[in-house]
Design a protein around this ligand. Structure first.
Ligand SMILES: *Cc1c(COP(=O)(O)O)cnc(C)c1O
Length: 410
């Protein structure tokens, strides 16, 4: 494919104009939106107003005056349509890790007598760690983590499983689960399902209500572009609400926080999933970032995402690059919005790509991840990434020692 052809695909792209809504580093190709989304311009404006007026001038009056106190609900409701949830079921708060703790606890309480949290052994580690932590706290007789390979998930569903906890798109290989089908199969065995949407919210059409999903969590700083450490979100289907409490019973989840009563009484609905005071700077940033999605269909986003990843894969395979293996599924309907390649020198290659202005990341063992965010990535970015990778493999300049030092965050 010639460079003109990539430029033509950009010219024909109905979402191309959205790139203008983002600050992006000049001259670089940013392919890490699956780890930290780019900065939406609207966030800069919102945060500077918040600093000058809301915090700087109005101070404590802003909790009511600028409705800070309502932000977790408001931002949750803004996320809800992106994941196919009717109002009253999504709240924005804490991190995914903390929200998993609340929801696994909820699931165990909703399925008394069942003790197993079933998950996938190559799930994102924090998901497994949180289940292990809860198992340690409650003891094996009340909670156990059972982590199995992907092909053993359905056959491991027995009458001990309280909840099946899975991530829709695997962070290593980008493989996409059949969320509707698995949800149905798990529920037929009496289990609840808890989906982690970290690598799918904002980039894949999700129908939490239509697929009758029980619970979900998702990330604010990946494809939703809410900024580093942005608050996460939590979904609990209406039919399960108000039946049990969650153990992180902080004052923000109390039905009357400002009564300062010594006894905890949970708020109705999603508010009981709040614990402490929301971080307003982070939440306001996510709130503003979500405006980019207004009026855009997730089908259009998914279509472009599939085209970008397919174009990248086709170019990589056509070039037959030495030592490079495609780890992600070849068929677009089986993968999320990232493409993972492996190479024995994967880490050094990822560093050499970054030096050439192609921002990717690395996951052990040997995995180079190329994340495509359809809101701002272009087909010409695909061209530049493939060209850079081909050149550095040809010249073998990734063998330089400066590419072998690992920083704390990869
Ligand atoms: C990024 C990610 C997380 C992050 O969890 P935090 O507690 O919000 O840091 C969790 N799960 C998955 C699958 C992820 O990809």
């Amino acid at each position: 494919m010639t460079s003109d052809r990539f430029a033509k695909l950009d010219a024909e792209d109905p979402l191309a104009g959205l790139r203008e809504s983002f600050e992006l580093p000049a001259g670089k190709v940013y392919l890490d939106g699956n780890s930290l989304g780019a900065l939406p311009r609207g966030v800069q404006e919102r945060i500077s107003k918040l600093l000058q007026q809301e915090w700087g001038e109005d101070l404590i009056a802003s909790w009511n005056g600028h409705n800070w106190i309502d932000l977790p609900r408001k931002v949750g409701e803004k996320i809800a349509p992106l994941v196919g949830a009717a109002p009253g079921q999504v709240i924005c708060t804490d991190s995914i890790s903390v929200n998993l703790f609340k929801l696994i606890s909820t699931a165990l309480a909703l399925r008394p007598g069942r003790t197993v949290v079933l998950s996938q052994e190559d799930n994102f580690p924090t998901d497994l760690y949180m289940a292990e932590g809860l198992a340690g706290l409650l003891g094996q007789e009340r909670c156990q983590l059972r982590a199995v390979s992907a092909n053993r998930l359905l056959s491991s569903l027995d009458e001990d499983v309280a909840v099946l906890m899975l991530t829709q798109v695997n962070f290593r290989d980008g493989r996409l689960h059949d969320m509707a089908g698995i949800t149905k199969a798990a529920q037929a065995k009496g289990a609840l399902v808890l989906w982690d949407l970290a690598h799918s919210a904002g980039v894949i059409p999700i129908e939490l209500d239509n697929w009758k999903v029980d619970m979900a969590v998702g990330c604010g700083y990946k494809y939703l572009n809410g900024g580093p450490g942005a608050p996460a979100f939590l979904f609990l289907a209406q039919r399960h609400q108000d039946q049990v409490t969650q153990p992180l019973s902080g004052w923000m989840g109390h039905k009357d926080a400002f009564e300062f009563s010594p006894e905890y009484q949970p708020a109705a609905g999603m508010q009981r999933y709040l614990a402490g005071t929301p971080g307003i700077l982070g939440m306001a940033a996510l709130d503003a970032a979500l405006d980019v999605f207004e009026g855009i269909s997730l089908d259009a986003i998914r279509k472009k995402s599939s085209a970008l990843t397919q174009c990248f894969i086709d170019q990589i395979l056509a070039r037959g690059l030495p030592g490079i293996r495609l780890l992600s599924p070849r068929r677009a309907e089986h993968r999320g919005s990232q493409v993972s390649l492996t190479h024995p020198q994967g880490f050094a290659i990822s560093q050499a790509l970054i030096e050439r202005g192609i921002i990717v990341d690395y996951r052990a063992p040997g995995i180079i991840r190329f994340g495509f965010s359809p809101l701002y990535n272009r087909f010409t970015d695909v061209d530049r990434a493939v060209t850079a990778l081909s050149e550095l493999l040809r010249d073998q300049d990734y063998l330089a020692t400066r590419f072998t030092n690992k920083a704390v965050v990869t």
